[in-house]
Design a protein around this ligand. Structure first.
Ligand code: KG4
Ligand code: ZN
Length: 364
C-alpha cells in the first residue's frame, strides 16, 4: 500500500512516501532559521512557509520514489494537535490530493505518529511503555499493539522540550535549544545536586517541569555575566573550538550546567517510566522513545540502562525520525488505512490543547 504522509503541525514542512515499512522518499524543510530570530515559532510565518513549500516537496517526493500521483493509495496528514493555521495548510493540501487522485484520506494524530515512528525501523514487541517527549508534549503511554495506546501520564505544565528551549533562551543560546544544550553537555560534567529532579515526590505518572525552570532561573540569576550579551547563532556552536570561542570564560560552566540540567530531565523521565512499567499488570516487553527530545544523548542513555536492567527491548528511532517528520505520518496513516480507518472530506484540523477525536469512517 503506497501511502503519502504530510506533516505541517509546527515549523517543519514534510512530505514522505512509504510502502509498508519501506521508506521510499522523505523530504523535509525546516523553518528553524526563520523563527530563530524571534526566539520561537511565529504561527503566521509558519503557515505561509508550509503553503509555499508543500507543492515542491510533494513533487520532489514523487520524483525520488519514481511514482506518479495516481499510484498513491492513501494520503495521510497530521491533523493535530498543532498550530491551527499550519495544520490547515497540510489538511487542505491532503484533501485536494485525495479528491484529485481518488486516494483514500486519513487524518493522523501527530502524537500517535511520533509514538509509531520507531516501528518504521524495528519490529516492536508489545506490550510496551512509550515515552513521548517533544516540544509540546511529555506523555507516557501503555501500548498493547500498534493501534492501542493508553495515555497514563502527561506534563501538567511545560513539556520536556520546552524546558530545554527556555533554559537555552535564558543562556542566550539559539532556538530550538534542546539539541544545542545536548551538544554543549558533551563537554561538561554532571553535578546531580545542581538542579532538582522535579515532581517526583508523589505517586502519579505525571510530570511538572515548572520547579526545575525556577531552579534554573535562580541559578542563572546568581551568576552574573554567565550568558553572552548577544544571542549566539547555531553555526557558532558547531565545533568545540567554535563554542569555546563564542562562550569565552563561561564555556566550562555553561557546559556543566547543560550536562547537569539534561541529567535532571533525563533521570526524571527514567523514574516515571520505571513507575509506569511497574504498574502495567502484564509483563512489559519494551521501552519506546519518541519525539524531538528522544534524540537527547542523556535521555537515551538513562532509558536504555533502565531497559537493560529490566531485560526489556530499548527502542528509539534514529534522530531523523525523532523530530517532526512526514515519514512517521505516512507510516501511521498506512497502519490506520490497513485497519480500515479513514476520513472523508469533512476531516477537521485540531489545534493544540484539544483532544484529537477518533472520528474515522470506514475506508471506501
Ligand atoms: O518532536 P519535535 O520535533 O516537535 C514537536 O512536536 O514539539 O520536538 C522539538 C523539541 C524542541 O523542544 C527541541 O529543543 C527538542 O525537541 N530537541 C531536543 C534535542 N533535539 C531536539 N532536546 C534535547 N536534546 C536534543 N538532542
Ligand atoms: Zn512533534
Amino acid at each position: 500500500m503506497l501511502c503519502l504522509g504530510i506533516e505541517t503541525s509546527c515549523d517543519d514542512t514534510g512530505v514522505a512516501l512509504v510502502d509498508g515499512r519501506r521508506l521510499l522518499a522523505n523530504r523535509a524543510a525546516s523553518q528553524a532559521d526563520l523563527h530563530a530570530v524571534f526566539g520561537g515559532v511565529v504561527p503566521e510565518i509558519a503557515s505561509r512557509e508550509h503553503y509555499r513549500l508543500l507543492a515542491p516537496l510533494y513533487q520532489a517526493c514523487l520524483a525520488d520514489a519514481g511514482v506518479s500521483p495516481s499510484d498513491v493509495d492513501v494520503v495521510s496528514v497530521a491533523r493535530g494537535p498543532g498550530l491551527l493555521g499550519s495544520l490547515l495548510t497540510g489538511v487542505s493540501f491532503a484533501k485536494g490530493l485525495a479528491l484529485g487522485t481518488g486516494a483514500r484520506l486519513v487524518g493522523v494524530d501527530h502524537l500517535y505518529a511520533h509514538v509509531l515512528a520507531a516501528a518504521l525501523e524495528t519490529e516492536i514487541p508489545y506490550p510496551a511503555v512509550a515515552v513521548l517527549i517533544s516540544g509540546g508534549h511529555t506523555n507516557l503511554y501503555i501500548m498493547r499493539s500498534e493501534l492501542e495506546l493508553e495515555l497514563v501520564g502527561r506534563t501538567l505544565d511545560d513539556a520536556a522540550g520546552e524546558a530545554f528551549d527556555k533554559a537555552a533562551k535564558a543562556l542566550n543560546l539559539p532556538y530550538p535549544g534542546g539539541a544545542v544544550m545536548d551538544r554543549l553537555a558533551a563537554y561538561g560534567q554532571v553535578d546531580t545536586a545542581m538542579f532538582p529532579r522535579p515532581y517526583l515526590d508523589n505517586q502519579n505518572l505525571d510530570f511538572s517541569f515548572s520547579g526545575l525552570k525556577t531552579a534554573f532561573a535562580l541559578h542563572i540569576a546568581a551568576r552574573e555575566g554567565l550568558a553572552t550579551e548577544r544571542l549566539v547563532e547555531a553555526t557558532e556552536l558547531q565545533s568545540e573550538e567554535g563554542a569555546r570561542r563564542v562562550l569565552g570564560e563561561s564555556f566550562q560552566e555553561i557546559a556543566d550546567i547543560c550536562a547537569s540540567y539534561g541529567w535532571s530531565i533525563a533521570d526524571t523521565l527514567r523514574i516515571k517510566t520505571s513507575r509506569a512499567l511497574e504498574r502495567m499488570g502484564e509483563r512489559p516487553q519494551a521501552i519506546i522513545l519518541a519525539g524531538g527530545v528522544a534524540s537527547n544523548t542523556t535521555v537515551r542513555r538513562l532509558l536504555k540502562e533502565e531497559a537493560n536492567a529490566r531485560g526489556l527491548a530499548f527502542i528509539a528511532p534514529s534522530p531523523m525520525l525523532c523530530t517532526d517528520n512526514a515519514a512517521m505520518v505516512a507510516y501511521a496513516g498506512s497502519r490506520l488505512a490497513e485497519a480500515g480507518l479513514c476520513h472523508d472530506l469533512t476531516l477537521e484540523a485540531v489545534p493544540r490543547g484539544r483532544k484529537v477525536p477518533r472520528d474515522y469512517v470506514a475506508c471506501a
